[in-house]
Write a protein that binds this ligand. Sequence first.
Ligand code: ADP
Length: 242
Amino acid sequence: MSGPEVILRVENVTKRFGGVVALNDVTLSVGRGEIVGLIGPNGSGKTTLFNCITGVYKPDRGRVFFMGRDITGLQPHEVAKLGIARTWQKVRPFRNLTVLEAVTTGALLRTDSVEEARKTAVEVLELIGLPREEWGRLGSEITLMEHKLVDLARALATGPQLLLLDEIAAGLRPHEQERLAEVIKKVWSDRGLTIVVVEHVMRFVMSLSKRVVVLHEGRVIAEGPPEEVASNPRVIEAYLGI
Ligand code: ADP
């Protein structure tokens, strides 16, 4: 890939679960400052790829490089410390913590000082525009949309260079998805972040990314601008399952 510095490089990654080949020789690069969409039907390997990047799984074959450094096989907390943050497909409940406390736990990755972590949490919550009156609410008291914003805030509070969003728009209504896309764009430009967005909601990805990568049955089957990819016969076939 020419152009910007490659911040993330996945090289020939294969991951099997018993007889299932979840990722089959996947190679892709992400340039610093990009928002890349990673799409594909259910079961195509998107979450497994995030898990291989963030150290949840070790690939059976292939390597993962972050800012030129080989991070294959590192533990999740080591990967997080190097500057990769993620959100999870299922929101992580924090019933007995307040919003502010939950985001503060993210910031504790970088400091032992609770006061400093709280300051970071406040900055992040202000950036994502969650109203101050929500900050004292418990996890059990907030809506799904607020949970998504808090998840995003927790990830940002860890001070990442690269943010991986796993189906963050799932379950939201169209107007909430639009608002979330606006928040993500704001965070991206304010923090100079690089973002990979996993979705199977095509419209959400298209509103955010200039480049999408399509996975199908563990392989990259197409890559390019969203309009081009959406009209690619292989992609249409993969989505329709014919
Ligand atoms: P996607 O995120 O695109 O829906 P996944 O990465 O979750 O796809 O899954 C890819 C394939 O790997 C699927 O066939 C899934 O059943 C399988 N898979 C994922 N994680 C595991 C696991 N921990 N154990 C067994 N099979 C898994």
